[in-house]
Design a protein. Sequence first.
Length: 397
Amino acid sequence: MLFEMKMVVHQADVISFTWNDVGGIYHVYKDGEHVYEGTVPEFNDGDFKHAKLYNYTIERTEDGEVVDVIALQTSAFAERKNNDNPLQSLVMTTIVAKTQIALSWEEMSDVKDYEVFRNDVYLATVKNNCYVDRDFSLDETYRYAIRSQRSLAKSEDRFNRSKSLTSTIFGMLNPASSKEEAAVEVFEVTKWIARPTELLMPVQDKVRRLTVDKWKYRYTTFLADKWVANPNRLSWNRYFKGDDRGFDASGESFRTRADIELAYDQVGAPLTFTKMVGLSIAYSRLKRFREQATASHEGIVLKRLDHGREESGFHLTHAVGNPLTTAPKIDYEVRAVMRRNGTFDMTGYHDQAPHHEIYMIRGEGEKWLPIHQAESKGLAWLSPPIAKQYWRCSSFG
C-alpha cells in the first residue's frame, strides 16, 4: 500500500484528512509546528483562519526514524464569499507524495469541465474537480493551471440575467466576437509547486527557509497592435496609437502600469507604490494625427493589507479611461498576500481588454516571473456588461 492521502474533508469549522494506514507512528506538522502524534491515520484541525492557506506535513516513522512523508496545502471555507471574484474564496488542496501530485478544488456551479495544464502544456480535461499526476520528477518545480468557463447567465451573484442579455447583444453587434463568447466568464487557477524533494524532507531535517525580505509586483495594461480602431464609429478619432509589442515585463510603452514594492528588512516593512499612465494619441480615418492627452492616474488605488507577523499584502483597484473619447474604463482588481517565508497568494479579475500582464520578483533577483498574462479581445470588451476574466495564483513551498 502506498503512503498517500486518502481523503480531505472541509466543513464549516474543521478540516479533516486521512491517509493510508501503512503502519508505524504518524506525526503531523502544521506550518512547521508539531500538532499530532499517534498510530491513527487521521487528523482534524479546527484552529484556523478562514480562507488562509496552511501547509501540513505528515511523517511516518519506524523506530524513531522518518521513512516517508506527505506534504499537504489547503485552506478552510471562507466565512463570506467574495461576490466580485469567486476565486478569492475558492478552496484548493494540493497534495505531494513520492508517487503523486494531487490537486482538488472547490466545485464551481455550472462549470461543465476543467482543463489542466502543467508548465503551460495541456494535460487533460476533467469533469470532476480533481486531478492526480503520477508522471513527474521529484527534482523539478511545477506550475499547474486549472482553466474553466461559465455562462454569464449562470453566474451566481455578480451578474443578473439582464446583463447577460446585454452581453449577448454585444456579441451580435461586434463582428469580431460571437454572442456566446461575449457572455462567457473565464477562470484560471495556478499553483506553483516547489521541488517535491524539498517538500518531502522530514521537518527536523529541513534547513530553515531563507527569508524573502523584498517583493516586487508589476501590473501593466497595453495595446499589442500598432494601430487600434475606435469601436465608436461616430467619433472623428478613428484610430489610436497602440503600444506595438507583446508580453514583456520591461515593455516601455503601455496604457497603465502599477509597481509595488514590499521591504520586510526595513523598519515598518514599508510598501512603496508607483503608478503611471501612458500617452493616448488619436488619428483620423486616414491615420493623420488629431490630438493627444494623458489620462489621470487617480483611478489606480492601493490599500495595504496586513494579515499578521511577516505576512502582508495589498488591495489594488484600477479604473482608467481613454482621455480622448467617451468610452468605458479599463477595470481590474487584485488582492495579494506576500509572506516573508517566500509563499504568496494572489487573486484578481479584469476586463478582457486590453492586454493584461502581471509579474513578480521574490527576493534580490532581477528576473520578473510571470504571474498572469491575458490577451485582449478588442476594445469593445471594455463594456461593463461583458463577462470578465478571473485568475488566482499561489505557491506551495
